[in-house]
Design a protein around this ligand. Structure first.
Ligand code: DQA
Length: 142
């Protein structure tokens, strides 16, 4: 049993990037919290962030065939990427989409997710706590 934390473009800037929207916590903080939680439950944990669509797709492909749940914040690719949607649909792995901010309170172009229809579920607007809820879901339900 394994959890892969995937973060897309600009999430490497968490902590300094629009802190009023995304909070002051860094991606490193989120990784540490999740690793402790996941490994404490006897599961393996891996984390990957990329600003490049193709690298995120490659990482999903690498997980194919493994017993892995993916927690994925795709950043702005959420709203644009048919290629990531196809990767998730083709991987046949459970993916929980996470957004730190409440995208529905923001610009119209953030209201649509091309990925959500092929994900197991979606967590939106709960800050970095959403990542913990996603991890808990895998640990308890899978
Ligand atoms: C985000 C929301 C996206 O609209 C935005 O492009 C991001 C972060 C979030 O976590 O709230 O980069 O995915």
């Amino acid at each position: 049993d394994k959890i892969l934390l995937l973060n897309g473009p600009n999430l490497n800037l968490l902590g300094t990037r629009e802190p009023g929207v995304y909070g002051k916590g860094t991606l490193g903080d989120i990784e540490t919290t999740l690793r402790t939680m996941v490994e404490g439950n006897g599961w393996a944990f891996d984390s990957f962030q990329s600003n490049h669509e193709g690298e995120l797709i490659d990482r999903i492909h690498e997980a194919i065939g493994q017993d892995v749940g993916i927690i994925f914040n795709p950043g702005a690719y959420t709203h644009t990427s048919i290629a990531l949607r196809d990767a998730i649909a083709g991987a046949n792995l459970p993916v929980i989409e996470v957004h730190i901010s409440n995208v529905h309170k923001r610009e119209e172009f953030r209201h649509t997710s091309l990925l959500a229809p092929v994900c197991y579920g979606q967590i939106v607007g709960l800050g970095s706590f959403g990542y913990k809820l996603a991890a808990q879901t895998f640990l308890e339900q899978f």
